[in-house]
Design a protein around this ligand. Structure first.
Ligand code: ASP
Length: 318
């Protein structure tokens, strides 16, 4: 295949209530920009969209600041259960794992399942696959997440979600927020792919299923690709990622599809965010939550959404 398209990239490290203090903001900015830089360099070298998505997800999963892989939040019983999915627009395949434990990079399992006849595996099946692939046992628990959980247990789990990022300031204020990571890529061949990975919303019931390994939270066609973050139940109720992607696939511009979908979300009092790309190279983000921690490469430079003017719900670079 001939490489001819200018690649585009947008990533997120969650959405939620405001990042307290510049310390938190600058540290998040550094992490996100460094990952955009590394993945964009890969894209320029001509790697396939799914490969770039997987690499971006691994880097975000490995950063303890974000709620995925290392640094995942704990569920109500004090355990980590992670979910991740990948969608490749060329194969048209969605693959993923739901509530998997003791692996370093859940996105790797989702990647492996791309070519499997059984493409979404939950807890026992995902554990069995990890064993089959001889992945080393890994504990992604960080001290900060443990302290967060202990504090929430003392407060009788009054928050509906864990912190947006593992930030000590967040812990001090015990601020509710969201986590999760996502990567959306348009490669030099013009192919779109998207991946999303999460530790869940934190403090949830055992067996609760996140949107992150559903087409509601992660979806792509050859026209558009979207990764979501925020309250999973709200994302599922709106079927957000699939809705935006189908709107673009049926002819709406990405900007219009985002505007319409977020206006509906606003009316329905949803709490989430999303990042998106389309096949023309348009880059977009949207949120009903206070912040979305996203960074992107538009072909010229890196930008981010960390300090959007108050009230901004949708942004698009065409
Ligand atoms: N959407 C994720 C979930 O509900 C959480 C998040 O995005 O922070 O599991």
């Amino acid at each position: 295949m001939k490489s001819q398209v200018q690649p585009k990239l947008i990533i997120h490290g969650g959405a939620g209530s405001s990042l307290h203090g510049k310390g938190g903001l600058e540290a998040v900015r550094r992490s996100l920009h460094a990952i955009v830089e590394e993945v964009y360099t890969l894209l320029l070298s001509g790697v396939d969209a799914s490969v770039a998505v997987v690499r971006g997800c691994q880097l975000l999963e490995d950063d303890p600041r974000f709620n995925a892989g290392t640094g995942s939040v704990l569920q109500s019983d004090g355990q980590i259960r992670m979910s991740a999915s990948l969608m490749d627009s060329a194969s048209g395949h969605f693959s993923g794992v739901i509530n998997v434990s003791r692996v370093k990079n859940p996105i790797n399992l989702a990647h492996f399942l791309q070519s499997s006849p059984d493409r979404v595996l939950s807890d026992y099946g995902a554990a069995e696959l990890a064993r089959e692939l001889q992945l080393p046992i890994y504990n992604g628990l960080t001290d900060l997440r443990l302290q967060e959980w202990i504090q929430e247990r003392q407060d009788n789990f009054k928050h509906t979600m864990a912190g947006v990022v593992a930030d000590t300031e967040m812990l001090e204020t015990s601020n509710a927020g969201r986590g999760t990571i996502g990567v959306v890529v348009l490669d030099t061949y013009g192919k779109l792919a998207v991946g999303t990975s999460t530790g869940g919303k934190g403090f949830e019931r055992i067996g609760r299923v996140s949107d992150s390994a559903m087409p509601a939270g992660n979806y792509a066609t050859s026209y558009a690709a979207v990764s979501c973050t925020g309250i999973g139940e709200d994302i599922i109720d709106e079927c957000l990622a699939a809705k935006i992607v189908v709107r673009v696939t049926d002819g709406m511009s990405l900007q219009e599809a985002m505007k319409k979908s977020f206006a509906e979300a606003h009316d329905h009092k949803r709490d989430f965010g999303a990042i998106a790309l389309d096949a023309t190279g348009a880059i977009a983000w949207g949120k009903t939550s206070q912040v979305i921690l996203a960074a992107f490469h538009d072909g010229d430079k890196i930008g981010d959404t960390l300090e959007l003017p108050e009230g901004t719900e949708v942004g698009c670079i065409v």
